[in-house]
Design a protein around this ligand. Structure first.
Ligand code: AMP
Ligand code: MG
Length: 309
């Protein structure tokens, strides 16, 4: 009788002290896209719900279509909070680093082509010049990357063991898998719904893709995509169909994937050679794949871009 009682007490103590790791997995609609949030750890649900609240807050703060957002305040020239100003300063400095290929003031250009309302049209040169001159703010090419960084900061304050966030194509991994194997992320084919290969990363990393298949319209057999060349105000026509950037910073990955798409393969490869903080995968409109030498890409035929030419 006594032995049974002891066993029972030990079991009760164990159950009370060791809470099991759980997994949270939910899709939400946020920042105009579907996001998939997966978190593992004790209290995974609570942790993930905090991430979702943070993502929704960022969405309402930085929405270019809202009169009450920080974007509207920026366009009016109003003062920002220190945290908001820090983000703007970081975006400005990254934009400068890209030599202007990334331009966070193209909102009127996206409007001239009808992207915000899906009422697509080809604007006249006069309309384009006027839209470029307006310099209206739009962080659409950077905010999901910043959101990924915020999620990582929040995860670091918790007991989450690992997480995999798909913020509308911006992938953020967090932590290590229990078996020590790398995270594997499929690279989407720009011209069909399959994948062209799998990129492997360890630990906490951002993997961000900009592509001409994500938003576009076609007229007279020509594709007009949502990424613009800031010099012309026209959809970028650099010969690329997509660019994926692998980087520790989500914000940098997001800005650079957009900028490299505008630059094209040659200029983008040179930009990578001058940098040390990211790797990239380029897919041309013809379907050829090029990857910088630090990328671990499997299940894929591709040409390696070497640092030393
Ligand atoms: P992404 O999918 O991250 O490449 O971002 C594309 C979005 O960023 C577009 O829908 C526009 O709102 C905006 N955008 C387009 N071209 C540029 C550019 N050259 N620099 C910065 N933002 C841009
Ligand atoms: Mg981007």
């Amino acid at each position: 009788m006594k032995r049974w009682l002891c066993l029972l007490l030990v079991c009760a103590a164990l159950c009370g002290c060791t809470k099991q790791d759980t997994k949270f997995d939910r899709s939400i609609f946020c920042m105009d896209t579907v996001m998939d949030i997966q978190v593992w750890g004790v209290d995974a649900t609570l942790i993930a719900e905090n991430l979702i609240t943070a993502l929704q807050d960022l969405d309402s703060q930085w929405n270019a279509n809202s009169d009450t957002s920080v974007i509207a305040a920026l366009n009016r020239g109003d003062a920002l909070t220190p945290e908001q100003q820090t983000l703007i300063d970081r975006v400005e400095s990254l934009a400068q680093r890209t030599g202007g290929a990334f331009d966070p003031r193209l909102y009127a250009v996206t409007e001239a082509w009808g992207f915000p309302t899906d009422e697509f049209r080809i604007p006249t040169q006069q309309e384009l010049d006027a839209a470029l001159a307006q310099q209206l703010w739009d962080l659409g090419a950077a905010i999901k990357g910043y959101a990924a960084d915020r999620c990582v900061e929040l995860l670091q304050q918790t007991a989450a063991t690992r997480a995999m966030l798909d913020l509308g194509g911006n992938i953020q991994t967090y932590g290590e898998k229990p078996d020590g194997s790398p995270w594997k992320i499929g690279i989407r084919s720009p011209r069909n719904s399959g994948t062209v290969g799998t990129v492997c990363v360890n630990g906490t990393m951002s993997i961000v893709t900009s592509g001409d298949y994500q938003r576009y319209f076609e007229q007279d057999g020509k594709r007009y995509c949502h990424i613009f060349d800031p010099e012309t105000g026209c959809p970028a026509d650099s010969g690329l169909a997509s660019v994926t950037v692998v980087c520790e910073s989500g914000l940098t990955a997001d800005v650079l994937s957009t900028a490299l798409f505008v630059m094209g393969l040659e200029e983008g490869s040179e930009f990578w050679r001058e940098s040390t903080d990211f790797e990239a995968i380029f897919i041309t409109a013809e379907g050829e794949i090029f990857a910088t030498e630090g990328v671990e890409l499997i299940d894929c035929q591709y040409e390696v871009i070497l640092r030393e030419k």
